[in-house]
Design a protein around this ligand. Structure first.
Ligand code: SF4
Length: 446
């Protein structure tokens, strides 16, 4: 039995590390607490509850989580500190021992945040110190916590899938989030309709391995895409990331002719060297990747394609990196998201003997980032002087407004032309030259 009076009027603060999925889930935690009468603490106010949603994608991420916990404990003395997320699942006991931490919830338990918090309040009232941690083993992580949240700006993030069955050799995500699972198409359509009713115009589908949607429900991702495309109020859908082997030709063809799926893809390549892909246990080779990109570009010539690449992974000898560099150089992709490889305890990549030193990792990252900049610049340049639909995001008074075209070009409207009325509106905009720092094209209102 939950006594909401214990929550009423309490102030909470949230801190999120990591991916879009984590941000979306934090927002759901915020809603759950708000429903119990908890308000978000204003900047500078002392909070009663601090919730830290952690990430464990790299060693640096783990370090940032510990730092965030220390900072919260220092800035909000006496507050109830809850830690959840991937680092909390992987290092449950260790996290519970950090000074100030009251409650650690793993990936299966976070859905019961309110119940755990209620029990913890009772303990505290009885004068018992808690330092409780709750996390089942990875194989027992089965629950799916629904989440459809409005980001800081205009977009909604709809969680369509969680967990992963792939076990790439460098990755801890399947251990932190459990195996792949997803809700029904009907429930996701209902969430999209709710977002539309709230005035939402754009939804980003999020998940860990989205293309693996439906393994637990025996539904297909393409059918989810078709069903969401029918939610009229939503004008734009984007898919946050899709594994190359799970992008069916049928999906690409459907998106090309769809009402609301944007010409925008994000595809993790990780390496353009087939040798390295094998060491990573990725489920495709560079030829398959190139075929998918070619089909997207043939059917959607304006498509923006973002690609994740990992540099300096174990086994990436100089000649393999050069092969990756040449492969990417020849691909019509728009942007590279470059991640230096980070050793993760418990992963099988640690058995690969060849190690790339940090200095070399930096050099490789630098070369790929320079390539990325050139590719993005060239992509933007093609659209100068053309007209495209832009969805504008709320701006602070006196500041420039920003938005994105259908094909994900960032657009800037100077403060003199910015209007509150343009917020969350899709407008046909003529694209001018680059803005002052080259991160957007200037909007020319027609
Ligand atoms: S597909 Fe590979 S890299 Fe992505 S979450 Fe699953 S195991 Fe990790």
């Amino acid at each position: 039995m939950i006594d909401s009076s214990a929550f009423q009027g309490k102030k909470a603060i949230y801190y999120t590390l990591g991916c879009k999925l984590n941000f979306s889930e934090t927002s759901t935690f915020g809603k759950m607490l708000a429903d119990m009468g908890v308000v978000t603490a204003e900047k500078g106010e002392r909070a009663d509850i601090c919730l830290i949603n952690t990430c464990s994608v790299t060693e640096v991420a783990d370090h940032k989580c510990r730092q965030a916990i220390h900072k919260m404990a220092r800035e909000h003395p006496g507050a109830f500190i809850i830690v959840t997320g991937c680092y909390a699942q992987l290092e449950t006991e260790k996290v519970s021992k950090i000074a100030g931490v009251d409650l650690v919830l793993g990936s299966n338990e976070k859905a019961d945040l309110i119940q755990y918090l209620n029990d913890a309040f009772i303990h505290r009232a009885e004068g018992t110190t808690l330092h409780a941690f709750h996390a089942v083993k990875t194989k027992d992580i089965k629950r799916f916590q629904p989440s459809c949240s409005k980001g800081n700006r205009t977009r909604y993030f709809l969680k369509v899938q969680d967990g992963c069955n792939y076990f790439c050799t460098y990755c801890t995500i399947p251990y932190a989030r459990g195996l792949s699972r997803s809700p029904s198409i009907a429930s996701l359509v209902a969430q999209a309709e709710e977002a539309a009713a709230e005035g939402g115009k754009e939804i980003v589908l999020t998940g860990v391995n989205i293309g693996d949607f439906g393994t637990t429900t025996h539904e297909r991702f393409i059918d989810l895409v078709k069903a969401l495309d029918g939610v009229e109020g939503i004008k734009r859908f984007r898919i946050s990331s899709l594994e190359p082997d799970l992008i069916d030709d049928e999906l690409i063809e459907y998106c090309a002719g769809s009402r609301a799926f944007m010409p925008h893809f994000h595809i993790p390549l990780q390496s353009g060297s087939d040798m390295v892909l094998k060491l990573m246990h990725r489920r495709y080779d560079s030829a398959l990747f190139a075929r998918k990109i070619a089909l997207i570009k043939r059917l959607m010539p304006d498509a923006f394609i973002g690609v994740d690449v990992m540099v300096g992974s174990r086994g990436e000898r100089p000649e393999f990196f050069e092969a990756c560099y040449r492969f990417l150089d020849g691909l019509p992709v728009t942007q590279l998201h470059v991640f230096p490889y980070s050793e993760r305890p418990g992963t099988s990549a640690l058995t690969i003997p060849y190690v790339v030193d940090e200095k070399e990792k930096k050099l490789r990252s630098k070369r790929l980032l320079a390539m990325s900049e050139e590719k993005t610049h060239a992509f933007y340049e093609q659209y100068i002087g053309t007209e495209r639909p832009v969805l504008f995001e709320k701006a602070h008074r006196g500041k420039a407004m920003h938005g994105f075209t259908d094909n994900y070009i960032r657009v800037e409207l100077p403060p003199s032309l910015a209007r509150d009325a343009y917020d969350n509106e899709i407008m046909s905009i003529r694209l001018g030259g680059f803005n002052h720092d080259g991160t957007a094209l200037k909007a020319e209102l027609t």
